[in-house]
Design a protein around this ligand. Structure first.
Ligand SMILES: Cc1cc2nc3c(=O)[nH]c(=O)nc-3n(C[C@H](O)[C@H](O)[C@H](O)COP(=O)(O)OP(=O)(O)OC[C@H]3O[C@@H](n4cnc5c(N)ncnc54)[C@H](O)[C@@H]3O)c2cc1C
Length: 357
């Protein structure tokens, strides 16, 4: 039997958490509404490096969804979406169930891209989904071994600084320059921290494949070991592109400034799973989309005009250095130290606290 909803929120991403919080505090739109989430909690990625560094507990980094949904008067369905028909607004769940809805909103994030692999000598652990990653990491930590991290963006650098000293040898591979897109000053500060902590950094070294226990960049073997942690770029899930939704060449849902799909305006998409010029794949952009999405879903269900979202031109970057400190990047200006670490902790904890209703 297919259950019908007026609105289905798919994925407990940053923007949907903001929507639920708003609806818990002020009036929610009318109708039958549910949140579909792959798990009973939402993990906050900003605190993950602190969890690995032993500075946060797992519970510190999670928002429990049942109480948030109850406060927002929204049903919680814990099940992963496996497929979607955009034309019929029909959702296929991993447990075999099916749902349909008059309006849909996607905030499912992205997966981590992985190089091709031949042989099974190298154990590969992707940083997402977070629950699986934490389990895998705890297992690895019961017998630490040399390890390589793929990904020279903010996530890769933060993870390297969080686990340096917890594994016998650590290598960090970046396809281009480390922290590409952020200021040169931040890159130099990050390189200084990584060097100090004994992390071997290889920049401009795109990894093209894994063969048995070796990493290859083009034809050249560049690292040998048995553990690889993937923190490389965002890769779209396959099902949105197969749903009939208009997607960009990488499979991310093309959206208009109202956050609606260009091809199917009764479907909204936000955060990493969506594609809009100027909106970067980062939590801070997804968070900023939350209030506009809440207002637009409300307006859509009531037949009112929608607002337009304009991505911020600059965003603050705070990178944890694994020792309680953080590096800051703002408008090309960089700085670092314990004070920024305390500020980052405050902002992270405040995010979690705001969604614990
Ligand atoms: C280690 C690390 C640290 C980071 N630190 C920062 C930071 O400090 N600041 C920052 O701005 N960004 C940071 N990022 C990037 C950030 O995590 C992402 O850009 C951000 O999470 C994207 O938010 P989102 O709302 O699109 O989706 P997400 O936060 O990824 O949430 C997606 C949700 O959808 C659920 N989901 C996925 N598939 C399905 C499905 N099929 N069915 C149902 N539910 C599903 C997932 O379980 C998850 O709850 C970091 C990333 C990593 C890996």
């Amino acid at each position: 039997m297919t259950h019908h909803y007026d609105l289905l929120l798919i994925g407990a991403g940053h923007a949907h958490l903001g929507v639920l919080r708003r609806w818990a505090l002020v009036e929610r739109p009318p109708g039958r509404i549910a949140l579909l989430s792959a798990g009973p909690v939402a993990w906050y990625s900003g605190m993950l490096p602190g969890l690995l560094a032993g500075r946060h507990s797992a519970a510190d980094c999670q928002v429990e969804l049942q109480s948030l949904c109850r406060a927002a008067k929204v049903e919680l369905i814990v099940s992963a979406v496996e497929g979607l028909s955009a034309a019929q607004q029909h959702v296929q769940l991993s447990d075999g169930g099916t749902l349909n809805a008059s309006w849909l909103s996607l905030n499912v994030g992205a997966q981590v891209s992985a190089p091709s692999q031949r042989g099974e000598a190298m154990h590969v652990l992707a940083v997402k989904p977070f629950a699986e990653f934490i389990d895998g990491w705890q297992h690895w930590q019961s017998a630490p071994q040399p390890l390589a991290i793929l990904g020279g963006g903010a996530a890769g650098v933060e993870l390297a600084l969080a686990i340096a000293g917890r594994v016998p040898q650590l290598a960090l591979f970046s396809a281009g320059h480390l922290l590409d897109g952020l200021s040169a000053g931040l890159r130099l500060r990050a390189l200084g921290h990584l060097h100090q902590r004994g992390v071997w950094v290889r920049e401009d070294c795109p990894i093209s494949g894994i063969e048995e226990d070796r990493l290859f960049s083009g034809d050249a073997p560049v690292w040998r070991g048995q553990r690889l942690l993937l923190a490389s770029g965002a890769k779209a899930f396959a099902w949105p592109a197969h749903s009939g939704l208009g997607c960009d060449e990488r499979g991310f849902v093309l959206i208009a400034p109202t956050l609606q799909s260009y091809t199917h305006p009764t479907i909204f998409a936000v955060g990493d799973c969506a594609s809009l010029p100027g909106a970067l794949k980062s939590g801070v952009y997804a968070v900023r989309q939350g209030p506009i999405l809440a207002a637009n879903l409300n307006a859509a269900l009531r037949g009112l005009p929608l607002k337009r979202y304009r991505p911020q031109r600059q965003s603050l970057a705070l990178l944890a250095t694994g020792d309680g400190g953080a590096l800051l990047d703002w408008h090309g200006y960089s700085a670092g130290g314990q004070l920024f670490g305390r500020w980052k902790d405050y902002l992270d904890r405040r995010f979690i606290q705001r969604h614990r209703l």
